[in-house]
Structure formats: structure tokens, C-alpha cells
Design a protein around this ligand. Structure first.
Ligand code: G6P
Length: 614
């Protein structure tokens, strides 16, 4: 939700900021803006409704000079997308300009106070209140920008990652964070700010991850200064990040989503690298080697996540219950956090998150942590807030995922859940050795089997063209493939705006069957495993009502082929691994339908990749 970028150094800031905004546009794209202090000390703010490209066009005849600046791409929370509500926001005297990602919860109280002091407002945003408050504190107490930001933030309730610059002061940029992500890049006499590392890595791999309630002063030709809200001065901890530029570029694909779908054999290999030891036919997960006892002692496992990560969590339940004989409850984080759930100190919570910044998942962790549970995270972004809040865990190593619709993050999350459940089962002796070995060797083959499905993309593309007329889709699955059906439906909804529901195949009889007519496409995830006969009957039930069936079947299937209108084959594997294969045609199906309908696949309307507000 909202992307922020900042620069202070010897280069012109504008091109660096714009490039950074393009990289962060996945976080929000309803308006964008930039603020720069030029050589004469003037503070210029330019902002427009719409995408970053609009901002670039808008700026063509403007003074965009300056070696310090901040920029923002917005996902609206307070106030509709408009020029006035876009960031950066000026303070009353136009001496300050600020960008913000997050929500200031007590902004109405602060606004009332500022109005009583003669301040007027041009936007409906909570952000404008913050910049006015900083200006008020600064003038009232005659403070430096750094001190004023510190003082003002002590009065603020809510979440923020901010960057702020000042007229007549091209040498200072101040930033701060609480509950919204912010990374500081340290170059050679230059500094970068970013909501994530993508706007930074082209210039430096040295970064400082700001922690909650920390404020940083970036000053030209000086070391950065960091202190927290309690006014404790902190020693900056510089880390090196591993990320390549190719990882965050499209590399010849028309969309990031397609690139990321095709990257899955590679991302799964990276995810399993060093963990799945082919020669020994074993899995070694350091998190389980070191902290497996926490799982062993636990009476149950809780899984909490949002969106696609929640679907991966649902598959986790089947895995842990079958192999480790532990009861598992899986819940969307936004419900879990406000439900006053019963959490025991010997519970293990597995939060799952691609970004590591999802506000509700973070809150679920805090809640479980407060009650003494052990937190074992599954996360993609190294150094993210979630990864830093957990007691232990496993990175998915999928590489940066930029397409708003999650693809490779899902398959790597499922792979980590499989590896976790298997290593734990082995440790607890709840799995037969022969079964364990069989699954491990099948898991090693998954990347090449995914490639086989990807090589069949034309068939899937052709099928997708037939169904662009549809207004509704139903996705059905059973067992391990029920969450896959939900994930397939979510993908379609997100990027094509076609309504779709994922349902347990047999449960269809209790409602959705009423929707079926000769127009209705029904995607049935029906590989040949334990519930094959059952799902075959469900397909018959659909056919009897003239629904149009697209079935995902195992290679060599003969029965479903006789009934379904279209069959897409996937290679055979162990049942518990099948989601890693069956989800691939569903990702491609939704991608090609969305493209055929002319949708903006990487930036679907109203969505944002990283949901840092609740
Ligand atoms: C947003 C994204 C989804 C993602 C969900 C959870 O809705 O668009 O793709 O699954 O957030 O995000 P997380 O980063 O926690 O996995």
C-alpha cells in the first residue's frame, strides 16, 4: 500500500525517484508525486492522479532539478484518488513536503487542534495533518527538522513510513517508520529510501532496515543518525542484500505475472536448494533442526495469513495433520486478530506472507507472541517486518514477486510447508521411512514437471479465449486440491474481474449447483488420487446440468476426458505434492483470460501487492 522513495546525493534526484516509483508501482497506482529542493533552495512539489507515467508527462515542462527529493505512488485510504490527495503534501507555509505510507489513526483530533491554531487543509488526507503537525511543532518550539519530526511523532497514533524535506535545506532528508516498511540504502556519498529494496539495489547493496519508532537524519556528506521515539540514539546496522536487477525487470516477458509464472521451476529449485538433499533423499531445514522441539511439544499448530498465503496455509493444514498428526487451525489474519482467539503458550503459530509486511498478519503475530506462542514464519522478503518478528522460520527464496497476483510466492510457500511437515514428521516418527523417501524424491522432480506444464501453454491460452464471455466461474476441488480451487478462483477475480468462487466439490450440491447452466464454466481440479472417484461423480453432476467443464487431470486420464469439455493434463506425483502442479494451469488460465479481456494484469484495479493497512 503506497510506495515511497527518497534520494539525497550528488546526482539529479528526479530520474532516480521516477525509476524507483516505477519499481514500487505494484504497491499502489492511483496517483503519484514528487518533491525536490533545487539549487536555489526552492521546494517544488508535482503530483497528479493516475499512474507514474502521468506524473512523468506532467513534469516535462517543470523545474525538476535538485539533488534531494522524495516521491510517492499512492493506494488511497483517506480521500479518493485526486491531484489534491496525492502525495507529497506541503505544510501550510510550503516550507516542508512529506510522503507517507500508513494511516494516522488520531488524525481527526490532531486536525481539530491544528485548525484551532489557524491551519487550513487542502486535502482530505491524514498525511497532510502530519506534515502540518511537524511544521507547527517546528515553529512553535524552534526545532530542527529532525527534532520536530521526533516531537510530532510522539503525538501520533497509527502506522507510518515517512520521508520529509525542507525548503532552503537541500542537505537534509528525514525519515521515520512505525509498522510500515522503510529501507535506507547507503551508497558512496549518496542515500536512498525505499518501501522495499527494489528502488535501491541498482545503486547499492548496503542497507539499513529501519525498525519501528525509529527516525533517521540523512545529511549530505555525513554519517546517518538514528534515534527512536524514546530519544535513544542508535548505532546504524548496515546489512548487505542479495538481489539482482534482472530479478526485478520483466526480462522479455509482456508482464511480470507471466515472467513469475514461468520462473516457478527456478524459484522452487532455489527454495529447495540446500534443504532437499537429493543424494541422501532427505530434507534438512535448519529451523526444524533447531526448533523442532517447539513443534513436538505443541498441542496444535495455528496458521495465519491473508490472500494467496492463506490458501497456502490451508494446504499446510492437510500436510501437518496427515504427516505430523498435529491438529491445525488456519485462519485469515484479519479475523484471527480480532476474535480474541484461545492461544496457549505451547502453541506454534506459522504466519505465512510473501511481503512480510501485511498489517493483519503482523498483528496476528503480535497477539500470539503476547500470549507466549512460538512463532515460526514462512516469508519471502528477507529482512521484512514479519521475518524480524518471528522466533524462527524458513524463507521461501522465491525472489522478488512484482505482479500483484501472487504466483511463485504461492508454490514456494507450499514447498516450504511440505518440507516443514516432512522434516517434522521424520523427527517425530510419525511417517514411514519409505513414504518419506518416496515423497522427497517426487518433490525433487516437481520443478521439471512444472516446466512440462508451462511448455503446454498454448493449449491453455486457446482454452482461455473461449471463456472470455463468462461473467461467473466456479472452481471445484477436493482434499489438497480444494485450496487450489480457491486459489484459481482468486487469480481469475483479481486480474480479469470475472466473479469466481472456489468450492469443495461435494459441497457444490449445497448451493452453487443452482448457478449451473449451459453458459457456466466450471473448472474442476481432478487429478487421479484418493478422491478421484468422488470428484468424477461431482463432474457428472455438473454435466447433467449442462455446465461447461474445464478439468485439470492427471496425465493419461481416460474417465474424465469422456465427460469434460476441455482437459488440461498435469504430470503425476504424490497426492500431497499435487497442488504444486495443478495450480500452474489455473495461473495460466486466469492470465490468458485477463490478457484477452485487455486487463492490466500487473496492476489490477483497486488492488495492491503489499497490504500494509488493516
Ligand atoms: C495482497 C496481495 C496478495 C497476497 C496478500 C497477502 O492481497 O495482492 O497477492 O496474497 O496481499 O500478502 P502477503 O505479502 O502477506 O503474502
Amino acid at each position: 500500500m503506497c510506495g515511497i522513495v527518497g534520494y539525497l546525493g550528488n546526482k539529479q534526484a528526479f530520474p532516480i525517484l521516477i525509476k524507483g516509483l516505477h519499481r514500487l508501482e505494484y504497491r499502489g497506482y492511483d496517483s503519484a508525486g514528487v518533491a525536490l529542493v533545487n539549487n536555489n533552495g526552492e521546494l517544488n512539489v508535482y503530483k497528479t492522479k493516475g499512474k507514474v507515467k502521468n506524473l512523468e508527462d506532467y513534469c516535462t515542462d517543470k523545474d525538476i532539478s535538485g539533488t534531494v527529493g522524495i516521491a510517492h505512488t499512492r493506494w488511497a485510504t483517506h480521500g479518493e484518488p485526486s491531484d489534491a490527495n496525492a502525495h507529497p503534501h506541503y505544510s501550510q507555509t510550503k516550507n516542508l513536503a512529506l510522503i507517507h505510507n500508513g494511516i494516522i489513526e488520531n488524525y481527526l483530533t490532531l486536525k481539530k487542534f491544528l485548525i484551532s491554531k489557524g491551519y487550513t487543509f487542502k486535502s482530505e488526507t491524514d498525511t497532510e495533518v502530519l506534515v502540518q503537525l511537524i511544521e507547527y511543532v517546528k515553529t512553535e518550539h524552534k526545532l530542527s527538522l529532525y527534532d520536530a519530526v521526533h516531537q510530532a511523532l510522539t503525538q501520533v497514533i497509527g502506522a507510518y513510513a515517512i520521508g520529509i524535506i525542507e525548503r532552503n535545506n537541500p542537505n537534509v532528508l528525514v525519515a521515520a517508520r512505525k509498522s510500515s516498511p522503510l529501507i535506507l540504502g547507503i551508497g558512496d556519498n549518496e542515500f536512498f529510501l525505499g518501501s522495499d529494496a527494489s528502488p535501491i539495489i541498482e545503486y547499492t547493496n548496503k542497507v539499513i532496515y529501519l525498525n519501528d519508532e525509529e527516525i533517521v537524519k540523512i545529511e549530505r556528506n555525513k554519517e546517518v543518525e538514528i534515534r527512536n521515539l524514546k530519544n535513544v540514539v542508535l548505532k546504524p546496522e548496515i546489512k548487505e542484500i542479495e538481489m539482482n536487477l534482472e530479478d526485478i525487470e520483466k526480462g522479455g516477458f509482456p508482464h511480470f505475472m507471466l515472467k513469475e509464472i514461468f520462473e516457478q521451476p527456478k524459484s522452487l529449485n532455489l527454495c529447495m536448494n540446500g534443504r532437499l538433499q537429493k543424494e541422501l533423499n532427505e530434507i534438512k531445514l535448519s529451523g526444524i533442526t533447531d526448533f523442532g522441539d517447539k513443534f513436538e511439544k505443541a498441542n496444535r499448530i495455528l496458521i495465519s495469513a491473508c490472500g494467496t498465503s492463506w490458501h497456502a496455509g490451508l494446504i499446510g493444514k492437510y500436510l501437518f495433520e496427515s504427516f505430523c498428526h498435529k491438529p491445525v487451525s488456519v485462519e485469515v489474519a484479519s479475523e484471527f486478530r480480532y476474535r480474541n482467539p484461545v492461544i496457549y503458550s505451547n502453541d506454534v503459530l506459522i504466519p505465512i506472507s510473501q511481503s512480510g509486511e501485511t498489517a493483519d498478519t503482523l498483528a496476528a503475530i503480535k497477539l500470539a507472541k503476547d500470549k507466549g506462542a512460538f512463532i515460526y514464519g514462512i516469508c519471502n522478503v528477507v529482512g521484512s517486518s514479519i521475518s524480524r518478528m518471528t522466533d524462527s522460520g524458513t524463507y521461501t527464496h522465491a525472489g522478488p514477486e512484482i505482479g500483484v497476483a501472487s504466483t511463485k510466492a504461492f508454490t514456494t510457500q507450499v514447498a516450504v510447508l511440505i518440507m516443514t511437515a516432512l522434516s517434522l514428521a521424520k523427527r517425530m516418527n510419525t511417517i514411514e521411512d519409505s513414504q518419506y523417501k518416496k515423497i522427497v524424491s517426487s518433490l525433487a522432480k516437481i520443478p521439471e514437471q512444472i516446466q512440462e506444464i508451462l511448455d503446454n501453454k498454448e493449449q491453455i491460452e486457446n482454452i482461455s479465449k473461449i471463456f472470455t464471455y463468462a461473467k461467473n466461474f466456479l472452481y471445484l476441488g477436493r482434499g489438497y486440491n480444494y485450496p487450489v480451487a480457491m486459489e484459481g478462483a482468486l487469480k481469475l477475480k483479481e486480474i480479469s474481474y470475472i466473479h469466481a468462487e472456489g468450492y469443495p466439490a461435494a459441497e457444490m450440491k449445497h448451493g452453487p449447483i443452482a448457478l449451473i447452466d449451459e453458459e457456466m464454466p466450471i473448472v474442476v481440479v481432478a487429478p487421479h488420487y484418493s478422491t478421484y472417484e468422488k470428484i468424477l461423480s461431482n463432474i457428472e453432476e455438473v454435466k447433467a446440468r449442462k455446465g461447461r467443464i474445464i478439468a485439470i487431470v492427471s496425465k493419461g486420464d481416460t474417465e474424465i476426458k469422456k465427460i469434460a469439455d476441455y482437459c488440461i493434463e498435469v504430470p503425476t506425483t504424490e497426492e500431497c505434492l499435487s497442488p504444486l502442479l495443478t495450480v500452474i494451469p489455473l495461473q495460466l488460465l486466469s492470465y490468458y483470460i485477463a490478457v484477452a479481456k485487455g486487463r492490466n494484469v500487473d496492476q489490477p484495479r483497486n488492488l495492491a501487492k503489499s497490504v500494509t493497512v488493516e
